[in-house]
Design a protein around this ligand. Structure first.
Ligand code: NDP
Ligand code: GDP
Length: 338
């Protein structure tokens, strides 16, 4: 069979790197889209895919997307690029809409006009459920986004549906719940906590300032989610599917678990600053991924405790490497294997 080509927007982000690894391992020609403004895009790729092809395009720029899609003629397109941080979406609502909502419109136009047989994956978000009316949320749950980010994702989600229904394009949206890893952006709460645990364990800091500790999320493992993304482009017909673990935990529980892995008591280090509360909060999300399990055979591979452990361990190790501490000492900082 001829080698298949995958085009990934958001290659420098958390999911982009894991997806590139997965597709590369499965024999794809992988082409990552990065913005010209990204400093050292290649440095943000994980080991094993550091030499994949990178092309320059921007979701804000129609011509650059058309030119890449025309040139590459991808079999599969994964749209992972977005302005992804919810608090930033209140500060920059128009930019968020331009990238996260209209960015998909530009990409779908490029595909429709220049490579209509390509299969497209859209990274939709559980933030579209927002103030959810039922729990757990599934494909039938009504949407009620609570931020300019969620609203922009919802526009893109419906546009994906619309291009499927209007033009017969193969566009599948994964309604993904939060997923984390050692590559998660430092501003998201999980990584903010695990990085702080490492710094506190090494005596570099003593306090971690957080916002709403009672918010609950369904936190999964990012590499598992890239397996689902790929599987969603291999089905006979395109589907919109919830991708989630089905387990929900509070920010407080995440703290408790992360600090205890490093032998620390979170209550001695965490303080709450109301300034970090959001204008409108998504209090609780938990997904029902039984349709994905049925159609794709997809299941999460890590428990919550294993995920937190992996993230804490990675941050302890990387900080130790930076500080030049030997691995035996790291083991003493990391007593508990869940
Ligand atoms: P990241 O924030 O780690 O990565 C976002 C990517 O988008 C970066 O590569 C960034 O590039 C790129 N990007 C931003 N603006 C533009 C632009 N104008 N043109 C081109 N590229 C741009 O996100 P994740 O990997 O965590 O998430 C992947 C996708 O999945 C996102 O769409 C996200 O909204 C969605 N999602 C994620 C969830 C999660 O929990 N991780 C949950 C649900 C959905 P640069 O490096 O230049 O900034
Ligand atoms: P989100 O679900 O995409 O918004 O992912 P985040 O990791 O940014 O936030 C998850 C939850 O953690 C939200 O309900 C936040 O209000 C809550 N939270 C509490 N403290 C913090 C904090 O200091 N930073 C962030 N990013 N979130 C926090």
């Amino acid at each position: 069979m001829a080698q298949r080509t995958a085009l990934i927007t958001g290659i420098t982000g958390q999911d982009g790197g894991y997806l590139a690894q997965l597709l590369h391992a499965r024999g794809y020609r992988v082409i990552g889209v990065s913005r010209r403004t990204t400093a050292n895009a290649r440095d943000s790729l994980p080991a094993g895919v550091a030499d994949i092809e990178l092309v320059s395009a921007d979701l804000l720029d129609q011509a650059s997307l058309c030119s890449i899609v025309d040139q590459v003629q991808p079999d599969e397109v994964y749209n992972l690029a977005a302005q992804t941080f919810v608090p930033a979406s209140w500060k920059q609502p128009l930019l968020t809409a331009e990238v996260t909502a209209l960015g998909l419109a530009r990409l779908l136009e490029a595909v429709r006009l220049l490579c209509p047989a390509a299969r497209v994956f859209q990274a939709s978000s559980s933030e579209m459920f927002g103030l959810a009316t039922n729990s757990p949320q599934d494909e039938e749950t009504p949407f009620h986004p609570r931020s300019p980010y969620g609203t922009s994702k919802l526009y893109a989600h419906w546009l994906a549906t619309n291009y499927r229904e209007s033009y017969g394009l193969f566009v599948a949206s994964g309604i993904m719940f939060n997923h984390e890893s050692p590559r998660r952006g430092a501003e998201f709460v999980t990584r903010k906590i695990t990085r702080a645990v490492a710094r506190i364990a090494h005596g570099l800091e003593s306090t971690l300032v957080l916002g709403n500790l009672e918010a609950r999320r369904d936190w999964g493992y990012a590499p598992d989610f890239t397996v689902a993304m790929h599987a969603m482009l291999q089905t006979q017909e395109p589907h919109d599917l919830v991708i989630a673990t089905g387990a929900s935990h509070s920010v407080r529980e995440f703290c408790e678990t992360a600090f205890s892995i490093a032998g620390l008591d979170w209550r001695r280090h965490v303080t709450v600053d109301p300034a970090l509360f959001r204008p409108a909060e998504v209090e609780s999300l938990v997904g029902d991924a039984s349709k994905a399990a049925k159609l794709l055979g997809w299941r999460p591979t890590l428990t919550f405790e294993e995920l937190v452990h992996e993230m804490v361990q990675a941050d302890l190790q990387s900080l130790s490497a930076t500080l030049g501490i030997r691995s035996g000492q790291v083991a003493r900082l990391l007593p508990a294997q869940p």
